[in-house]
Design a protein around this ligand. Structure first.
Ligand code: AMP
Length: 226
């Protein structure tokens, strides 16, 4: 059994989810004038929704919330506050997933207070209903059991963070020596997914660059957790 419930998401699934999301929005009879993507997770879904709904106005707001390896590290907040006039506009606020809902709540409140839109509605591909503090107006999947969606746009970042988590947890148990193959094996067993050789190599190199691992002197394939 994997330690973290994780779903590996393919690009094609994202396109299908966004196509369905656009159908739900159109079916409601409501049409936004502008889409606001929550950075960074909402970028790809927002762009696809622009295409499927034929919307040409797309802007963004960055909310910081989640940290490394599927862990919350900060209180949700607007990273780069700015003000524009959306008083004539119906706004669709888009994110990939509503988990705690904090990002959506913070973004929505900020937009309402500072950009003053005529109306604002929220869309996301996934809504984790048991934990979310807000229900999006439009969604595709209601997720009843918490799971980490490994979306294609965070593959390198997640793999690196998950690697780092494994190395630090195992260090607490006294394991400090690693080979690349061992770490990949552990990753597959902890997360129950396989992201492929290219991502493992890229992420492993990031750990070397950031000094999480370093080469063991005199050993070709052995690395030490720093
Ligand atoms: P939240 O504020 O908790 O609703 O989530 C903030 C952002 O973190 C989301 O827009 C995602 O980009 C990312 N995120 C949170 N939970 C998950 C999850 N279960 N799977 C994948 N990404 C997530």
């Amino acid at each position: 059994m994997p330690k973290v419930n994780t779903k590996l998401v393919a690009w094609e699934e994202v396109v299908e989810w966004c196509r369905k999301l656009a159908e739900v929005i159109e079916g409601s009879g409501w049409r936004p004038d502008i889409i606001v993507a929550i950075a960074r997770g909402g970028y790809v879904p927002a762009r696809l929704l622009c295409d499927f709904l034929d919307i040409h106005d797309l802007i963004s707001i960055q909310i910081l919330h989640w940290g490394k390896a599927a862990e919350i590290t900060a209180k949700a907040h607007v990273k780069y506050p700015y003000t524009i006039d959306l008083s004539e506009k119906r706004v669709l606020l888009v994110d990939d997933i509503v988990d705690t809902g904090d990002s959506i709540i913070v973004a929505k409140e900020y937009i309402e207070n500072h950009w003053k839109p005529q109306e604002i509605r929220v869309a996301a591909m996934q809504w984790i209903s048991p934990v979310a503090k807000i229900k999006p107006d439009y969604f595709v999947d209601e997720v009843k059991e918490w799971i980490w969606y490994q979306y294609p746009w965070t593959r390198a970042e997640d793999t690196t963070n998950f690697f780092e988590k494994i190395v630090s947890e195992k260090k607490k148990e006294g394991k400090v020596e690693w080979t690349f193959e061992e770490l990949v094996k552990e990753f597959k067993s902890w997360y129950g997914i396989d992201v492929g050789e290219a991502y493992y190599k890229l992420s492993f190199n990031r750990l070397l660059k950031t000094g999480v691992l370093k080469k063991k002197c005199g050993c070709k394939n052995t690395y030490i957790a720093v």
